[in-house]
Design a protein around this ligand. Structure first.
Ligand SMILES: C[S@@+](CC[C@H](N)C(=O)[O-])C[C@H]1O[C@@H](n2cnc3c(N)ncnc32)[C@H](O)[C@@H]1O
Length: 264
């Protein structure tokens, strides 16, 4: 297993080649099976196929995580309940069901606009895991509004509803023509909370490489896996700091945004 590396291929096959208990933190943002048009992956599997596939890759993450490791999985409404059950049945311990509330959600035609994603946070051990609470504390209402003497001067741990803007097509942060880029701030919160410098962070579904870009910036070791060679090349350029090259190739971006609107 080589660290600080992007692997091109199927995440289940590649994870199977990695040793047991070798990873400190896993963040996974799998395809949600809602018909998004990816380069290679079919995002329209049958219910059974998606469930069985999810079970397979989640089992691999369990084998790879160290005993004090943590896993966060981003998932849409459609399969959040199922992924929660798979995580529990695999042996993970539940910590939080986080809601990422985002502004700039996708407008819908005949239902309310989608403006959140679930982030399921689990650990391998019930008691022993990394949770760097001092680094992530924020000022509390007791401190800011009520000036309450009992307020913890270090602030409070953030709530389990997080607000970050989605990374839309026109945003500066957006790189490459990928339909689902995550915001770096969200990954920064997760990586700072559940890992230390030098730890190994794994993301089995690379996309545009948000997880590994943030892990690298925060001095963590990283591995990601991506099945599409087009997206793999985006991640390579992003890690090498050649974001402008990727942006120049963004010509189909508007079409991608339209696809996203149509299929969700
Ligand atoms: C929701 S996106 C991840 C986006 C990523 N979090 C980001 O910020 O850019 C899911 C990614 O998983 C990739 N993928 C789908 N099936 C895969 C598989 N079996 N192995 C590896 N990657 C896969 C897709 O090509 C897609 O880029």
């Amino acid at each position: 297993m080589e660290t600080n590396k992007i692997y091109l291929g199927d995440c289940i096959e590649i994870m199977r080649t990695f040793p047991d208990k070798s990873v400190d933190l896993i963040f996974a943002d799998p395809p949600f099976n809602i018909g998004i048009k990816y380069d290679v992956h079919n995002d329209n599997m049958s219910y059974e196929d998606y469930y069985n596939w999810s079970e397979k890759w989640i089992k691999e993450t369990y084998r790879l995580l160290k005993n004090n490791g943590s896993i966060y999985i981003a998932i849409g409404d459609e399969f959040a309940a199922e992924i929660n059950i798979i995580l529990k049945r695999t042996g993970f311990y539940y910590r939080n069901w986080i809601i990422w509330y985002y502004t700039f959600g996708q407008n819908q035609r005949k239902k309310f606009n989608r403006s959140h994603t679930h982030i399921l946070y689990f650990t391998k051990n019930k008691e022993r895991f990394i949770f760097n609470d001092k680094i992530i504390r924020i000022p509390s209402a007791r401190q800011l509004i009520y000036k309450d003497k009992r307020a913890n001067p270090l602030g409070k741990i953030p709530d389990d509803v997080w607000q970050f803007s989605r990374v839309c097509g026109t945003f500066k942060e957006r790189i490459g023509k990928h339909p689902c880029q995550m915001p770096e701030d969200l990954l920064e919160l997760i990586i700072k909370t559940s890992s230390k410098e030098g730890n190994l962070v794994l993301d089995p579904f690379g996309g545009t490489g948000t997880t590994v870009a943030v892990a690298k910036r925060l001095k963590r070791k990283f591995i990601t896996i991506e099945i599409s060679s087009e997206y793999y090349n985006i991640i390579l350029s992003r890690l090498n700091g050649n974001i402008e090259d990727i942006k120049r190739n963004k010509k189909n971006d508007i079409e991608q945004q339209k696809n996203l609107f149509d299929c969700i």
